[in-house]
Structures are given as C-alpha cells and as structure tokens.
Design a protein around this ligand. Structure first.
Ligand SMILES: O=C(O)c1ccccc1NCC(=O)[C@H](O)[C@H](O)COP(=O)(O)O
Length: 261
C-alpha cells in the first residue's frame, strides 16, 4: 500500500462519518455558500510571479515542518507578499490541517483559496464551498476518468476553479476535459517522495495550451521558477520553503522581490 492508498482509505472512512453527522443541506446553509468566488485561474494568467503559497504544518515526506504558526497570520502575510493564491491543507491525520484552517484563512484574507484535500466524494466539494474555498484540487491518481468528470462538473456549477493534479502521462491523458481549469504537475513522486522538477518539464509539452499550467512541490529557488516559466508554467505551488521559516509571509515577500528583479 503506498501513501496515497493509505490516505484515501482513511479519507473514505472520514467522509462517510461526516456525511452521517452533517448532511449536505446543512453545508448549503453556510453563508459562505452564496459568496462570490475569486478565480485563481484569472490571477495566474495576469501575474508576473504566479506564486500559490501553501499553509502546511507537516507532511508524510517531511514530518513536522512548522507547528508554531497561526493560520490567520500566515494568510495575511501571504496576501501582503502579493502571492496569487493560498493553498490550505485541510487533511488532519497526515498534514495536521483542518477545515477550521480554511475558514480562518477565508476570514483573514481576500486571496483565492485552494482547498488542498484528497477529494474522493462530491460531499467534500460542497464542504469546500461552505468553508470559503475558491478552488478545489482533484488528484488524477486517486480518481477514475468518470469521477474527474463528475467532480469537476459539480465544482464548475458551484463557481469553483478546478486544479487537476497529475504525476505522469497516463494520468494526464485521462484528465484532459473542458471542466478543468488548471493542470498541475506534481514534482513529488508519492511512492518514493523523491522530488524532480524534470517531471514538470517532461509533461509540459503534452499539456494543451488552453489549460493554465501549474508546477507543484519541491520548488525553493527563484531560478527554478524562471526555468519552469520557459516550459509554459504560470503557477508555482510552494509549501515547505515558506512554511519552514518563522515568518512565511516575509519569506514569500523576499522570494517575490527576488523573482521580480
Ligand atoms: O508533501 C508531501 O509529503 C505529500 C505526501 C503525499 C501526498 C501529498 C503530499 N504533498 C501535497 C502537496 O502537493 C504539497 O504540499 C505541495 O505541492 C507543496 O509542496 P512543497 O513545496 O514541496 O512543500
């Protein structure tokens, strides 16, 4: 069993429990459900930096990254830094995140917010909207083509942007459909945890130009971003590099200033 299999098996139990406790019609009563979403895709198309900065306390590959920060301060810091969007991990068991993190980030910033979650059920998409997300992540490795289609169609009906994540050519081919806004290439091999930006470079030419391309994981230098831009990438998802510092907002500010030099 690889890490994605373990996470998905736990997630199925978690979602089944939640569905029995909080019905969908209750989620739909959240005042955030009617909120007008902010489109990350548009921000990325018009941005020089393209940074999507992540709130990430710990991870299966790195254990603890930073447990001492307040998500509201992190969200404000990222917004002041001028990032395009913020990714908020909401998985508790493996990443130490929660839906409370998402709603607190929503209350503290006007950034487009990505719910970074292992989505295996439509319930989680409705939940994302109810807790203030603007964007959902769909991971091709854990979904069938039919599920990608159903889930992305529901997200579009809720005016949520969809970031579809792939790791290889096979996943990419099953994921290309009009209800996807952004195609994210994850540079982290989730079986070995090895990171290689070559994954983004190799897959870039197979991604049709009508999708906004996002490179995810293992990005820690301005040079890496300049290099990936040559391959057509507009978005860059960065977690650990900012979160390992005492002040992720300040770290993102310096990073963006260096990028714009
Ligand atoms: O980060 C992990 O160890 C991980 C393990 C298993 C599934 C997903 C994982 N990460 C989720 C992410 O996609 C990253 O948090 C995100 O791309 C940022 O990566 P990084 O900049 O390397 O922190």
């Amino acid at each position: 069993m690889n890490i994605l299999d373990k996470i998905t098996a736990d997630k199925r139990k978690e979602v089944d429990l939640k569905k029995s406790l909080i019905p969908i019609n209750q989620l739909e009563q959240s005042i955030l459900f009617e909120r007008q979403t902010i489109l990350l895709t548009e921000r990325l198309k018009n941005s020089a930096s393209g940074i999507i900065a992540e709130h990430k306390r710990r991870s299966p590959s790195k254990a603890t990254i930073n447990q001492n920060l307040n998500v509201q301060d992190v969200a404000k810091g990222y917004e002041n830094a001028g990032v395009c969007g913020m990714s908020v991990l909401t998985d508790g068991k493996y990443f130490g995140g929660s839906l409370d993190d998402l709603i607190l980030a929503r209350a503290s910033s006007n950034l487009p917010l990505l719910r970074k979650e292992f989505i295996i059920d439509q319930y989680q998409i409705i939940e994302a909207k109810a807790y203030g997300a603007d964007v959902i992540l769909l991971i091709a490795a854990i979904l069938s083509k039919e599920e990608i289609k159903q889930f992305s169609t529901l997200a579009k009906q809720l005016n949520l942007d969809v970031l579809l994540e792939v790791h290889n050519e096979e996943e990419l081919h099953k994921s290309i459909m009009p209800s996807i806004d952004m195609l994210g290439v994850n540079n982290r091999n989730l079986k070995t945890f090895e990171v290689s930006l070559d994954t983004s470079k190799t897959l870039s030419e197979m991604i049709p130009n009508d999708f906004v391309k996002v490179s995810e994981s293992g990005i820690s230098t301005v040079e890496a971003i300049k290099d990936l831009k040559q391959f057509g990438y507009k978005g860059f998802l960065i977690g650990e590099n900012f979160m390992k510092t005492d002040n992720p907002g300040e770290s993102a500010t310096q990073f963006i200033q260096n990028l714009e030099k």
